[in-house]
Design a protein around this ligand. Sequence first.
Ligand code: IVH
Length: 697
Amino acid sequence: MTTNSAGVLADTAAYAAAVEEAKRAAAAYYTAGESRLDDDAYDRLVRGIAAYEEEHPQEVLDASPTGKVAGGAASGDVPHTVPMLSLDNVFSAEQFVTWTASVERRIGRPVAAWSVEPKLDGLAVAARYERGRLDRLVTRGDGTAGEDVSHAIGTVLGLPERLGAPATLEVRGEILMTQEQFERANTVRTEHGAAPFANPRNGAAGTLRAKDRAYRVEMTFFAYGALALPGSGELTDTLAELPHSEVLEYVAGLGVHTAADTAVAPRTVTTVEEVQAGVEDIAALRATLPFGIDGIVIKADLAADQRDAGSGTRAPRWAIAYKLPAVEKVTRLLDVEWNVGRTGIIAPRAVLEPVEIDGSTVGYATLHNPADITRRDLRLGDHVMVYKAGDIIPRIEAPVAHLRTGEERPVAFPEVCPQCGSEIDMSEQRWRCTRGRDCRVVASISYAAGRDQLDIEGLGATRVVQLVDAGLVRDFADLFTLEREQLLALERMGETSTDNLLAAIETARTQPLSRVFCALGVRGTGRSMSRRIARHFASMDRIVAADAEALQQVDGIGKEKAAAVVTELEELAPLIGKLVAAEVNMTEPGATPPPEPGAEPEEGAEDGAAGLPLAGMTVVVTGAMTGALEKLSRNQMNELIERAGGKSSSSVSKRTSLLVAGEKAGSKRSKAEDLGVRIAAPEEFAELVETYLTPVA
Ligand code: IVH
């Protein structure tokens, strides 16, 4: 489709393509229950079409969504007594003011009163009551005739089978699923092997149409209008003359549900400013509502005002929908992460190209389970429809298949538990690590024993599994109280392996605080952050006593991370207590603690590194180390740099003071040369930091 930069359709062909696209999107929306364009994109498309038609009225196509009620919904075979119209939209306060002016111009007087109410995000239905009994339920269809969905009677809360009085009338309103009903529906559906609904709206659409389901799911009705039917008798005049607000009160009095009992109850006001305030109130409450709304409907309240304003073929002229931003957007699926929960459930999570939805940026979405990924045929690189409402965790609806380029790749499923490497139990829809709750225990102990943390040689994942299974350890502090006999009693544990392991654990007891802290596995504190924290506070006591503000003094810790670390440390207090009791080292050699708040800084204490060989220097290491440094891992090199007063970094920039370049140094070396950064060979560097080569205990 060709549009110029302002989104205006350029020519007849572009107009025809836009109509075609809108038709396809509308068909997908109403028939398959899945929309191919998000609401914003669809509205933009229709506005573009309308603008073009305004300029070229002779070219208007029959299939145009502008002249049709509901943009081409599937029609049914039950004629509506009075057409079920749609609503025109405004998107801003200015547009709304222009619209009210046009209504008042048309009727030749100010509108006496306005009703301001939520635009419920579901499906329009007409409920026909004969002498107080619910006789028929009909969808809007194409506005002229709808589908008979009377089979749903009895599953819709708020639509009683009997009214409080034997009235004959048609109540019109919206059927939707509340968030709770939606979640319940998806639980029931997945239990029956059916794909979960992507969002409450699709849930309501699918459920309303479904006839012979093996299970029942509940929906909710909200009335927004009523009219007389043949046989209404006296009610005919009453309904025609009552203000809209009183019609709603009347049906509510008969026992039909309206929005009156919600936080966004319809209100009647007289000035445009009051309408605007009502719009803002409802918009502000949107996120807290237990059901979805996609805008606010403003209606002339008095029957006389409505009559004089009249209706077009598609929409009444006395009402307007003030649309709120869409809660569905199209974005790209970049990756799928597999996270292991506390109980060992392995849950996929979609990593998305960040997209702004309803005022917040969405970067992740839940995916239910692996089967769900297969069923929806999601592929990496796909354009996907993402749905988010209020505080609800964003969900992926469906891939937008016609936007595929062929470059999309299948989602890789894990073969072993991504956390601990054990087997996966795939017998249920939700995959689970065969270790269940112990998965976390094994993973966290293995991490703590790793080379860059406590460096306990001989304690691989298999051995950890063995210790956990034997009930000897529940966390890594338990390692420090293991007894020789306990180890000897285990399978494949001879005297030598036992003694070696115990010796490795003894050495681990004296590791510097930075490594002990790192072993705790506090989120967001990897090796280098742990070193910074340990050097800053010098002892575990001080780290634990630090509040968020104190933590922010550490380079690289912002407000959010500080708060998260404080919370996690509180949770870890029992484990830290056990480590202290097991006499594990809790101090950082060579580090000076920060002055107490309010205390006079000691002389020279502002820079604990002053006088050290790398003071004030940022050092990068690349290539293979040789000579005295040969055996050091990158982490150990970084530790060495920091012991000697420098800062370690992994990338070369203008701020780099020194590059230690070993054999086979590549691009970092050339970059340092380009930038004129000082380069040292491993041997030269070893001399510079000679006295710091062995960690001081
Ligand atoms: S009045 C003749 N009031 O929005 C007036 N409609 O986009 C027509 N809707 O077709 C409807 N909440 O399905 C009205 N409070 C409300 C509504 C509402 C939701 C739906 C309805 C309508 C559609 C138009």
